[in-house]
Design a protein around this ligand. Structure first.
Ligand code: FRU
Length: 489
């Protein structure tokens, strides 16, 4: 019974048992969101990588399905993507409905190659393409193909990583089988650390500039990210004549330690129009988190756009990736209560009742006026000496999660710590949406222009919320507490 597991997230996807890492093959098809993922069917740590599978009709309630792509003949099924081949360009269709085609990395015998598999029954059974691989450069680090239909040139585009070289290769194809190289991008961004994995490329609308769209290339680095360990960076630019050009410097995707390898759903219905992604809620460095018999969960789904932001007055405004929690999360609200936190001072004081939050599944919406105080915000306290702090820090013009005392932090040296994201004040205010789900915290700043995602492992499960402010110029002007219900039903 998932609902009785104290560390099992209730509105974040997790595998029933065993190890999971990256989301794979995210695609919407015939009314279902598919969530394939790197999965070890044989144990609770990395190995025997296969594509696990789950489906949902609302991005919230997930149904676990059998393994889609197993490890076979010593070849593991590494990360990749999935498309719906509406024109049956691949010839994999059965003449009745368009096939789903997975493009994934085969890892084995000392190299990584790109393979195809297809399904004509909504992803329930899969057939390997008999002429695999479709791309083989004879390289050990060539992985994580993301494929999409490029409408303006009427062909398939693939972005795939030469991981050790920190280079993304762009390919084109008419049939998903024969691929022609178009261009390369990188090394770029944070180049002192090797490894680029799991790229994604898509066009996004710019908020408040009607009709304007720009391209985003997202890449993940195995180490050396902003909060330490693995994390993602992205480039904003143009994609023309098969070539990506960055028009700004690289930026961090998430300022916490636990958001990795996000990819976006392909084939979203035109009537929806959203670009939604999800990431692995973990960090390679501290990935052996203290949960069993399962390990890892995904982030909440986030809806993407670009927004022009100047994080501080010294720097010019740039286009920033905005990640907004999907609207579907509001359906999970079981109760909403306004909390009066206007008297927050030092020391922190509790604003919730005993046992009010025992489920440890809630969202806090808050507006803060930092004033001149060094810090102002919240402690999510799970026991007398155990708390996770989420607050504004004036010295760094940022918002942080501090999980140094969040519970079990001793399982890895790099786990305890404080992770700060840039946060501007708008008319003197910062707004926060904080999602807490037993062993996860996600903080969305000012509607999602910066995000911090961290795992926590409280040892007690009877939390309360405390508020504090460094001096009386700092105010928490409004707080709404939404209790959220479990999706495991
Ligand atoms: C990223 C990654 C991918 C690879 C997969 C293997 O987390 O290293 O590059 O395909 O995990 O499980």
């Amino acid at each position: 019974d998932y609902m009785n597991e104290p560390l099992r997230p209730q509105f974040h996807f997790s595998p029933e048992i065993n190890w999971m890492n990256d989301p794979n093959g995210l695609v919407f098809h015939n009314g279902e969101y598919h969530l394939f993922h790197q999965y070890n069917p044989a144990g609770n740590s990395w190995g025997h990588m296969s594509w696990g599978h789950a489906v949902s009709t609302d991005l919230m309630h997930w149904k676990h399905l059998p393994i889609a792509l197993p490890e076979a003949n010593g070849i593991m099924a590494f990360s990749g993507s999935c498309v719906v081949d509406h024109r049956n360009t691949s010839g994999f269709g059965d003449g009745k409905s368009p096939p789903m085609v997975a493009v994934y990395t085969g890892h084995g015998h000392g190299k990584q190659v790109q393979n195809l598999a297809y399904s004509n029954d909504n992803g329930r059974t899969w057939t390997q393409y008999e002429k695999n691989p479709v791309l083989d450069l004879n390289k050990a680090d060539f992985r994580d193909p993301k494929v999409f239909w490029h409408e303006s040139t009427k062909r398939w585009i693939m972005v795939v990583s030469l991981a050790a070289e920190k280079v993304i290769v762009f390919y084109a194809s008419d049939d998903l089988k024969r691929w022609t190289e178009l261009s390369r991008f990188g090394p770029a961004g944070t180049i002192d650390k090797p490894n680029w994995e799991c790229p994604d490329l898509f066009e996004l609308p710019v908020e408040a500039e009607p009709g304007k769209k720009l391209w985003v290339l997202e890449v993940d680095m195995g180490s050396g990210s902003v909060a330490g360990g693995s994390g993602g960076e992205y480039f904003v630019g143009t994609f023309e004549d098969g070539r990506f050009k960055a028009t700004q410097h690289a930026q961090w995707v998430d300022y916490g330690r636990d958001f990795y390898a996000p990819i976006s759903w392909d084939n979203m219905p035109d009537t929806d129009g959203r670009r939604i992604w999800i990431g692995w809620f973990n960090n390679w460095e501290t990935c052996l988190v203290p949960t069993s018999p399962w390990r890892s969960c995904m982030s909440i789904p986030r809806s993407l756009s670009l927004k022009k932001v100047a994080f501080n007055k010294e720097e010019p405004a740039i286009y920033v990736l905005n990640q907004r929690p999907v609207e579907e999360l509001k359906e999970l609200r079981v109760s909403t209560r306004t909390i009066d936190a206007t008297k927050a001072a030092w020391p922190p004081t509790a604003v919730t009742q005993k046992d009010e939050l025992n489920d440890m599944t809630f969202e806090l919406e808050a507006t803060i006026t930092p004033g001149t105080a060094r810090s102002v915000g919240f402690r999510i306290r799970t026991a007398d000496d155990e708390f996770t702090e989420v607050a504004y820090d004036r010295h760094y013009s940022g918002v942080y999660i501090d999980r140094s005392k969040s519970g079990n932090v001793g399982f890895h040296d790099a786990f305890a710590g404080r992770h700060t994201a840039p946060a501007r004040t708008i008319n003197g205010e910062v707004t926060l949406r904080i999602f807490v789900d037993r062993s996860t915290i996600e903080v969305f700043i000012n509607g999602g222009e910066a995000v911090i995602s961290d795992r926590i492992f409280p040892t007690s499960k009877s939390p309360s919320i405390e508020v504090f402010a460094g001096n009386n110029s700092a105010k928490i002007t409004s707080v709404q507490l939404h209790k959220l219900r479990s999706t495991w039903r």
